[in-house]
Design a protein around this ligand. Structure first.
Ligand SMILES: Cc1ncc(COP(=O)(O)O)c(C=O)c1O
Ligand SMILES: N[C@@H](CCOP(=O)(O)O)C(=O)O
Length: 463
């Protein structure tokens, strides 16, 4: 398996080099040159596998044997040993048509742990076996940062710097990141929003001399290994459905922001997972909903909502989807991305738009509907949704057809977002690791929304 850039100017690189490159050197995103197919018979054989075993099967289709099987097995087992549920991501039946895949049983109570616990182990392995210096640079709207830090804190040979938007993450997210006092961790709290943080790190990754000199590595979903690790739980969710679901269309509703999680679903579907609609659930930052409904992809006004991790206008992985929409034509992708930069918008029309609408359904959920959905499921089903998951459930309600099954991804534990839950006068119990956070001192550096200031901090830390 070789990897190539969506913009066509990076070709023929292996799995570990893809992990290390992160953002492709031509500014695009790396994708497999060919997507491996999983047939119905193989899928059936996978039904009895544990999450960890399934992970190994899927990864072995992509890693070219670059990591010996026994080593990969050890990395995977170590990655999921810290999860609080033995199934890693259990599927809960809510009613006859709705299932929720709980992705929040990892150390930081969000779906990001599933990929980032593994990436922490993988970077550590690459550092040990290849002697690579690993200096991680990431941007977060709250969850990626916390999970990435938890995955690498205290690990030898690795340093990590995370940019988060000052005052725009939940209190628990902020504490999860800034109470870590390991010397290999630097938190920069940027006076801007998530899009600003992501723009700054992408510019730094795009400066190839700087990237090489300071050994910058990515943990955001610009890194293909994040996408691949997330693909595993689409298979895992589907394979956990009970017998009675057989023969019914299965749609998956995914709380979305940077488009990484749902792109993993698109990849799973292209591999052969027989799912129906992929439903994009966003909040009032509804660029993706507008794209699916009208074909126009145009970043708009940033809004602060009850689901802060999805407060994103510029969806990083959109370019991966564009690559497939444009029939894997790198030059066409490069042209459209340039147009996005110069014109501030791009559009899919005619046959292209029809394909978008065949691939996805979408709903941008208002703050009011998000709270109403939390209240309704708490009252009627006795199940407490976090605000991101509530957007997913609202989108499932809007798009799941009669007789169809809907799986909604629960991307975070409600205790991470009590700011929204408490508006409903719902009292929730906090898991002990979350309650303990408020006792710890915080360490973070507040910086201007300014690439030069961030760069200076990085040179000091990584230099
Ligand atoms: C809790 C939660 N839900 C949903 C999302 C959106 O996921 P993605 O950015 O992969 O679209 C995020 C952030 O990534 C998140 O932290
Ligand atoms: N919601 C994310 C934003 C970054 O997304 P990523 O999937 O590219 O890491 C977060 O929690 O930080």
């Amino acid at each position: 398996m070789e990897y190539i850039s969506t913009r066509g100017n990076v070709k023929g690189i292996g799995f570990i080099d893809t992990v290390l490159m992160g953002l492709a050197d031509d500014g695009g995103l790396l994708v497999p040159a060919e997507i491996p197919a999983v047939d119905a018979e193989t899928l059936e054989e996978w039904r009895s596998l544990s999450f960890q075993e399934l992970f190994l099967k899927i990864f072995s289709l992509y890693t070219n044997g670059e990591i010996p099987e026994e080593d990969l097995k050890e990395l995977v087992n170590r990655s999921y040993a810290s999860f609080r549920d033995p199934q890693v991501a259990p599927l809960r039946r809510i009613d006859d048509s709705l299932y929720v895949l709980e992705l929040f049983h990892g150390p930081t109570f969000a779906f990001k742990d599933v990929a980032l616990q593994f990436i922490g182990e993988l970077y550590s392995y690459i550092s040990r076996t290849r002697g690579e210096i690993i200096h991680i640079l990431g941007a977060t709207s709250g969850d990626t940062g916390a999970a990435a830090i938890a995955g690498v804190r205290g690990k030898e040979g690795i340093k990590i710097c995370i940019l988060h938007p000052n005052g725009k993450v939940s209190k628990v997210q902020e504490l999860q990141m800034t109470t870590v006092d390991d010397a290999n961790v630097l938190n920069l709290s940027v006076q801007g929003n998530f899009d600003d943080c992501q723009r700054i790190i992408k510019e730094l990754f795009g400066d190839l001399e700087f990237k090489a000199k300071y050994h910058l590595r990515a943990i955001n979903s610009i890194n293909f290994v994040r996408i691949l690790a997330q693909t595993v739980y689409y298979f895992h969710a589907f394979l956990q459905l009970p017998e009675e679901a057989k023969g019914r269309t299965v749609n998956i509703s995914v709380p979305s922001g940077n488009f990484g999680n749902i792109f993993s679903g698109y990849l799973a579907k292209k591999m052969g997972l027989p799912i129906g609609k992929l439903i994009i659930a966003t909040n009032e930052n509804n660029i993706l909903e507008r794209f699916v409904k009208t074909g126009e992809y145009k970043p708009g006004e940033f809004a602060q909502t009850h689901s802060p991790s999805m407060d994103i206008q510029v969806a990083s992985n959109f370019e991966r989807y564009l690559y497939y929409l444009l029939n894997e034509d790198g030059a066409a992708v490069a042209e459209r991305m340039k147009e996005l930069q110069t014109e501030g918008r791009i559009a899919a029309e005619g046959e292209e738009l029809r394909r978008v609408q065949a691939d996805f359904a979408a709903l941008g959920v208002t703050n009011g509907d998000c709270l109403e959905t939390i209240a309704k499921y708490s009252r009627e089903k006795g199940y407490l949704l976090d605000p991101h998951t509530a957007c997913g459930v609202a989108a499932y309600e809007a798009h799941n057809g009669a007789g169809e099954i809907g799986i909604t991804f629960a991307t975070a534990h409600p205790a991470k977002f009590d700011e929204a839950i408490s508006l409903l006068d719902i009292r929730q119990e906090f898991p002990a690791p979350i309650s303990a956070l408020s006792e710890l001192p915080q360490v973070q550096t507040i910086v201007d929304n300014d690439k030069a200031e961030v760069t200076a901090r990085l040179i000091e830390f990584f230099g």
